[in-house]
Design a binder for this molecule. Structure first.
Ligand SMILES: [Zn+2]
Length: 83
């Protein structure tokens, strides 16, 4: 599938992706309860939805730049930015 779609596949160790901060990389002292949907970092104070935060952690681990992740597919048309 990866070759067919011309994508790069990066394997990322999934452990602690929900506990690490997507901005500063600090690890939370304890896992967020699943009912808690928003992740707040104790170290840098970053607040983000937990799924988005862990996605960011995985991108960093895969060696990608999460700053580009919100702008659609890398080889596809750019998503128009809101003015
Ligand atoms: Zn942080």
């Amino acid at each position: 599938m990866v070759r067919k779609h011309g994508r790069n596949l990066g394997l990322v160790h999934p452990a602690h992706t929900t506990m690490d901060c997507g901005r500063c990389g600090a690890r939370a002292k304890r896992a967020l309860p699943l009912s808690e949907r928003t992740c707040t970092c104790d170290a840098c104070g970053a607040v983000s939805p937990r799924d988005k935060n862990s996605a960011r952690v995985m991108l960093v681990r895969a060696g990608l730049n999460p700053a580009d992740a919100d702008r659609g597919r890398p080889d596809g048309p750019q998503v128009r930015q809101a003015a």
